[in-house]
Ligand binder design. Sequence first.
Ligand code: ZN
Length: 460
Amino acid sequence: MTELIDKALQDSTDTKAIISGRDVVGQTGALFKELFGDAQCILVADGNTWEVAGEQVRASLEAAGVTVVEPYIFPGTPTLYAGYENVERLRDHLSGVDAIACSVASGTLNDITKLASGELGRGYLNVCTAASMDGYAAFGASITRDGFKITRDCPAPAGLVADLDIMAAAPQRLTATGYGDLIEKVPGGADWLVADELGIEAVDDKVWDLVQPPLVAALSDPEGLAAGNPDSIGLLAEELILSGLAMQAHQSSRPASGAGHNFSHQWEMEGHGLSWEPPLSHGNKVGIGTVASCAVYELLPSLDVAGVDPEQRAAEWLSPEDNDARIEALQPLPAIRAAALSQSRAKYVPKDQIAARVQLIKDHWAAILERVGPQVMTPADIADKLRRAGAPYHPGQVGIDQEKLKLTYYQSQTIRSRYTIFDALFELGLFDQVVETLFAPGGYWAETPIPTEGHLDPQD
Ligand SMILES: [Zn+2]
């Protein structure tokens, strides 16, 4: 898979080099020299990541002749808060130092360093400490501001060091989180195929090939991941990095994120699990969203799409005002509501075009089924893989009850303009029926009881 990373680097705009493999942390200094020449380096870490690799990274830099200034170490909480105040804190410190940052970090601290460096117009390098998410090589940082998680534009790192022995030694829950983030690429890929088939958003083959062909192998050994096997974690880590490079090349998260991710975004924006210790992770929520999305895909072959009448759909189609009212009712929180309105308006099909859109979906339905069939997995299979990786696989394990889950199906469809299978079903007038089926006797959620183990919800 390292070959794929090298191939991806040829097209990446920001990231120039990635060193991935076992026992490679000692190459950090040489990489820093290659990327930044004679610049001084400031290490950025928290108490935990410093403990894991701080001294090794410093030794490597010094051995390569890099001048290393006093490191900036955040207090060692289990998961550093990705709040904008932490970005400002680091940026203010960096602005007084003539040095390029080398973060020793996973998700949150990497994003903080990415944005702080980006705001100063400086490059940076990251030494990865866990296979916990796909944002290492991604353009943009996921940061919370005024209580809401948003993605801020900023360049990806100039370089990454992924030492698999270091990543394999990370707490198991971080690897399980990375697995949850990765597995959504299964139905997320299917969502892209749907949009491609309908001529709404073409698949970019080059980017697709970075993420999808190695995906099944990277998901294939959940037990090995749970056991901290460096080879299994290597497959996961490299695939997560490839996803980030794919997003960097595509300048959007489409290659790595579909309807399943929107469940996580909805709960994230509501602040669900933010105050837990540790906070409920992105990948844990995404994994459960993946089960929810695959439950929809599982029902597609049973739907009577041929029986949908385009003219009748046009007659009953919501006006822009009624569609806004629908979204306002679904999104009571003001900041989410504003975002959902603008995202949903961007994908709203005008009334005079909806009959043609419905006809288009009907005409391509057989092709959609044929293309997504080999791509998706059943919700039971996804849940089983997550369980074996030690990740939550049922919303009841993270404090989301059936009523809230059902509501999230509708809410999640409103928060992104990105076209997914949920939108196709909504336009066909079949979305309500699909969601009702999932929660009615015989449906996936009605028949899948809350597990007694694996609860992360502190209220339990
Ligand atoms: Zn993600």
